[in-house]
Design a protein around this ligand. Structure first.
Ligand SMILES: [Zn+2]
Length: 54
């Protein structure tokens, strides 16, 4: 199970391995950061999410 990169909560996985939430990437990096639905609601832009990565 994936963990949110911002709040460390577990992210429930839906069928077909689709996450309830989103995946973001930092500029210049190929690493992927899963972000949960709650944080997605809290931080509305990708830039804000990247700023708040743990
Ligand atoms: Zn989160």
């Amino acid at each position: 199970m994936s963990k949110c990169s911002i709040c460390s909560n577990k992210i429930p996985e839906l069928f077909l391995e689709k996450l309830k939430g989103t995946i973001i990437k930092k500029a210049g990096s190929s690493k992927q950061y899963p972000v949960c639905f709650e944080c997605q609601k809290k931080f509305t832009t990708k830039e804000e999410m990247v700023k708040n990565l743990g």
